[in-house]
Unconditional design. Structure first.
Length: 431
């Protein structure tokens, strides 16, 4: 009898063609609205080819130079990077009164630096000092980070752990280990950022977008990756916090919540992750009638509501495919195969998930005929889910996929390249 795990095959040739097509031809028209996030799309594309071991073989030196030059073209003179060149109106016309209309933003800066690292650049043209000064201006009093600076220096963008993760990553990349060289450059308030991250942990162990909100697997990854960038992991680290220390309630609740994200419900497309208003109208309870006919307490009524079962509660024959969801009572989604397992990898707890059913789910349900991976079974592939599907494989030693560093969300080779640069180690300074 054929082993189901062996019958699921990663079509590496098609994956390479998919990412090359995204790199060297026009993207589908559905990406038009994401033009201002071109730096992020570039990351998923370049990093995907890197994981497949096909980046160097498919780039001519002139192409590599062109990509690197384009990234530096998106660098803002006063520090940071734009997400695309569409807002540039020329350095000669730029002045303090109008630069707010052509701002750097935190996610674009992080992905620009990661793209340069993936392409083998030494970051010698990055305005390190200006970027680090700008980064400090993006931090709020509560320790969180915004996205951009608006007129009069106002920080815009929600208090979002995604921005915190990108900011912590930028700091890690640009400060390196050369403390003397950047002694005169103010650092972000690390303790305040750590406190903000800790405050975002919910009662169930997961992390939310901001304090007192619903736990979300993607934001949980951002929280732990941020702590890793800030030197709070592993548990023996000098700045370790309770959530990374085994045996603490924070740690154990988080591991339990992450393990419960593995599910088998994938047959429907969760097309709208937000509540559908019409669906709410159809399903809304008539509380007046309920009061008359049901004498149970509110807690009893809540406990009786139906929920999606966990993988552990399903019959064995239903467990051939089990992916991960991002929130309670949601269907599985390809991207969470990395957000969940990446977080567990940072915490050294990958053993709590069932690897083979997740592998089969990705390869047999969301791996697409033309290459790439879809969000859900039956959907077309897209760059984000295609990359994160591969990244999940890179955590488990899938043949043909480079080993992934969970904090960087790239190959370990890319991180090694950064940490071997002379200026990063402190053996040679950079302006």
């Amino acid at each position: 009898m054929t082993n189901p795990a062996e019958s699921a095959v990663l079509r590496k040739d098609r994956q390479v063609k998919y990412f090359l097509r995204c790199l060297k031809t026009f993207l589908p028209h559905q990406y038009t609205s994401t033009d201002s996030s071109r730096m992020t799309l570039a990351f998923f594309t370049i990093a995907g080819l890197d994981l497949l071991g096909s980046l160097d073989d498919n780039l001519q030196p002139s192409e590599r130079k062109g990509y690197i030059d384009w990234i530096y073209h998106c660098q803002v003179p006063s520090g940071g990077f734009r997400g695309f060149p569409g807002t540039i109106f020329g350095d000669s016309k730029r002045n303090p009164s109008n630069e707010c209309w052509d701002p750097a933003n935190v996610p674009a800066t992080f992905f620009a630096l990661m793209n340069l690292i993936l392409l083998g650049d030494d970051l010698s043209r990055v305005k390190r000092r200006e970027c680090l000064r700008w980064l400090c201006s993006m931090q709020r009093e509560d320790g969180s980070f915004g996205e951009v600076l608006a007129p009069e220096g106002k920080i815009e963008g929600s208090s979002d752990l995604r921005f915190c993760c990108c900011a912590a990553g930028v700091r890690y990349i640009l400060r390196g280990q050369d403390a003397d060289y950047l002694r005169d450059i103010e650092d972000i308030d690390v303790n305040s950022l750590i406190s903000h991250i800790e405050a975002c942990q919910s009662f169930d162990g997961g992390f939310s977008v901001s304090p007192l909100n619903e736990s979300h697997a993607g934001l949980t990854y951002c929280a732990l990756a941020s702590l890793s960038f800030l030197g709070c992991t592993p548990p023996s680290a000098p700045h370790a916090v309770p959530v990374v220390v085994p045996g603490t309630a924070n740690f154990e609740n988080l591991i339990r919540w992450l393990a419960w994200r593995q599910r088998t419900e994938f047959k429907e497309n969760d097309e709208n992750d937000n509540e559908d208003e019409r669906g709410r109208e159809r399903e809304r309870l008539n509380f007046d009638e309920l009061k008359e006919s049901d004498c149970r307490s509110i807690d009893e009524k809540i406990s009786s509501l139906p929920v999606l079962s966990t993988a552990a509660e399903r019959p064995e024959e239903d467990l051939l495919w089990a992916g991960f969801n991002g929130r309670s009572n949601k269907l599985v989604d390809t991207c969470y195969s990395f957000w969940v397992t990446g977080t567990l990898s940072i915490l050294d707890r990958l053993n709590v998930v069932n690897v083979d059913p997740n592998r089969r789910y990705l390869l047999e349900k969301t791996q697409h005929l033309i290459g790439g991976f879809a969000k859900c079974a039956g959907d077309p592939p897209d760059l984000l889910h295609s990359y994160l599907g591969l990244a999940s494989f890179g955590l488990f030693g899938e043949a043909g996929i480079a080993t992934v560093d969970p904090t960087f969300c790239t190959s370990k080779r890319a991180r090694h390249h950064l940490e071997s640069l002379p200026w990063w180690t402190g053996s040679k300074s950079q302006s």
